[in-house]
Design a protein around this ligand. Structure first.
Ligand code: BES
Ligand code: ZN
Length: 616
């Protein structure tokens, strides 16, 4: 009898939970979208598009299939779109565009009724559409053909697709895209491996995605496989280098699957973009977009691919409900990334990554706290009336990572892995809020392991500024040796090449990031002789070095500094260098002069940051 009552209670609990979840995913209020998906919601897109490099526009027709319409208006997010025509099941309704908000754009209101099936929007994108970066042939590696790529995360999809631009609204899609015949088009969907003769490409995406993962790139691409289900796209001159660099791609996918369950998206390919790509990588489903700055020539920066691959679970399967819950995407992904790297290359390796994450996190907390932004050191963010881009800091990534690692360490890795496997399975193709995650993991640990997770645990990590005192501290043996070498350099001015010849990117980064303050010109010269930093082609090392070069006025690096800032668009590298330049009046002038030259090479995401930072 007791058993029966137990089962009955469990059923009620499960049913209640189910109801809650369904309600929840509909009721979540996303302050970064005008759409009201609880009223009317779309479910499938048929996108017909022509990509025109001459006018830097996409002419398109979007047919949205309606899932349900409980209200009388379908609201789509748009930004800078030129809407030519709207039809609902063939008839032209009186649609309206709302007031323009500088961050959110404009709401497109389309009258519908309970029987409405297909809403068609015919439109053209603006030449300054924020998601799109149009590159001239000169700005590519091969300098033969122009290039286009999109970056939709967080809320830029609306600048090239009228859509319910909120991570909680998933849709499947098919697309027909026409591009100049010399070019290939790729999307976050089924992709060609060869150019078509006509420049016409057909795409299908049958796994539902949120709009921030809607992606397109057009360029002179060639393809080479790594395994049956994975491969690399790049411009012809970059392809072999990239294939060599990412040789372990299949091992990464298999490793990820062995950790947290089957890969849900069929193929996993990587597209190497030109250096103006504003991010390191973007987890567009089936086709990660990657910066060429990870082609270090020694495979030392491939954890970035592990990161984007990990998003195939954390983020793309279980998706943050709003941008205030961004840590649910990125914190889980950094955790997963480190586990993949540990699995492939061992604990010593992954502890170096973790130690670098820890140092970055400390620096970010200090910086945010000192600049009056301490609130942004909480995992749960308040982004009301703000650009979601403000939430893209090390907090989501690394404080998120250390929170999960602390649960792992406190209650055991085996349990945490069981939990994560079930989390990705149960919550696949759904959204998660921070507020729903807490009871979810609590109930799980309670019922499965009889472990009570305390309020205090969640409070101190999620809703409190700074870092809890018991934050796990990575132990990297390799870095301890670097510390020794650094200490002996301070007294001897020497770094034995026997020691440093074994160092890879990570050791050098640790070394550069831990240089003492107040270096003399003589010390800078000597360091450069020992580490050959100024001539380095490794973007991570170069960036860390250039920050020091600016700080100590090391003139031999100035030419390289300028060419690096002009030719690289990855915000993570540009920010610390420009910030360092801004600390002196002379530096500020140089920064502004360089920025004027560099700006045409940057994506909107970067110019949006640096216009504010470098305004005259
Ligand atoms: N999804 C992010 C990039 C992103 C975040 C774009 C927020 C727009 C808004 C991607 O997965 C990422 O985290 N990239 C990192 C990689 C790194 C942490 C390994 C980057 O670009 O540096
Ligand atoms: Zn990420």
């Amino acid at each position: 009898m007791r058993k029966l009552i137990g089962i009955f209670c469990l059923l009620i609990a499960l049913f209640g939970c189910q109801l809650n979840q369904e309600k929840m995913s509909e009721l979540v209020n996303d302050v970064h979208s005008f759409s009201k998906p609880a009223q009317v919601r779309v479910t499938h897109l048929n996108w017909q598009a022509k990509v025109d490099f001459k006018t830097k526009t996409i002419q398109a027709q979007a047919d949205w299939q309606i899932l349900y319409s409980k209200g009388d208006t379908l609201i789509l997010d748009t930004k800078g779109l030129n809407i030519k025509e709207v039809k609902v099941d063939g008839k032209q309704p009186a649609f309206t565009l709302g007031n323009e908000d500088p961050i959110l754009g404009q709401a497109l209101h389309i009258p519908v009724n309970a029987d409405s099936k297909i809403v068609r929007i015919i439109y053209t994108t603006s030449p300054t559409a924020e998601a799109l970066q149009w590159l001239s042939a000169q700005q590519t590696a091969d300098k033969q053909q122009p290039f286009l790529f999109t970056q939709s995360q967080a809320i830029l999809a609306r600048s090239w697709l009228p859509c319910q631009d909120s991570p909680g609204v998933r849709f499947t899609y098919e697309a027909d895209v026409k591009v100049p015949a010399a070019l290939m088009a790729l999307m976050s969907a089924s992709n060609p491996q060869q150019k078509s003769e006509t420049g016409e490409y057909h795409f299908e995406m049958k796994q539902a995605i949120p709009s921030y993962l809607f992606a397109l790139s057009v360029g002179d691409f060639a393809f080479k496989p790594i395994s049956e289900r994975s491969g690399i796209y790049a411009e012809p001159s970059v392809l072999d280098t990239a294939v060599w660099e990412f040789a372990d791609l299949e091992k990464m996918i298999a490793g990820a699957e062995s950790l947290y369950g089957a890969y849900a998206w069929e193929r996993y390919d990587v597209l190497v973009l030109p250096p103006s790509f504003p991010f390191g990588g973007m987890e567009n489903p089936r086709l990660t977009f990657a910066t060429p700055t990870i082609l270090a020539g020694d495979r030392s920066l491939t954890s970035l691919i592990a990161h984007e691959l990990a998003h195939s679970w954390s983020g793309n399967l279980v998706t943050n409900a709003t941008w205030s819950d961004f840590w649910l995407n990125e914190g889980f992904t950094v955790y997963f990334e480190h586990r993949i790297m540990e699995k492939l290359y061992g604990k010593d390796y992954s502890e170096m990554l973790a130690a670098l994450s820890y140092a970055d996190l400390q620096a970010t907390i200090t910086e945010l706290t000192n600049s009056g932004m301490a609130e942004d050191t909480k995992l749960k963010l308040n982004l009301v009336n703000r650009n979601p881009d403000d939430g893209v800091t090390d907090i989501a990534y690394n404080k998120g990572y250390f929170f999960l690692r602390s649960i792992e360490e406190q209650f055991g890795r085996e349990k945490f892995d069981v939990f994560l496997n079930d989390y990705f399975k149960d919550q696949a193709f759904k959204v998660m809020t921070t507020e729903a995650f807490i009871p979810y993991i609590r109930n799980y640990y309670q019922s499965k392991f009889k472990i009570s997770l305390t309020d205090e645990l969640f409070d101190k990590w999620i809703f409190t500024v700074g870092l809890p005192e018991d934050c796990p501290k990575p132990q990297s043996l390799a870095f301890e040796k670097v510390d020794q070498a650094l200490n002996s350099w301070l007294t001897t001015n020497e770094l034995p090449s026997k020691t440093t010849q074994e160092w890879t990117t990570h050791e050098w980064l640790h070394f550069l990031n831990n240089l003492p303050a107040g270096l003399s010109e003589e010390q800078m010269v000597r360091l450069d002789q020992l580490g050959k930093f100024t001539e380095s082609d490794n973007a991570e090392i170069l960036c860390a070095w250039l920050v020091q070069a600016v700080r100590y006025n090391y003139k031999p690096a100035y030419v390289k500094l300028e060419s690096f800032l002009v030719n690289t668009g990855r915000r993570k590298f540009l920010s610390p260098i420009y910030q360092e330049l801004l600390k002196t009046a002379d530096g500020k002038q140089r920064a502004q002069a360089i920025y004027e030259k560099a700006r045409p090479n940057y994506h909107f995401v970067a110019t949006n940051t640096f216009d504010a930072m470098l305004k005259k």
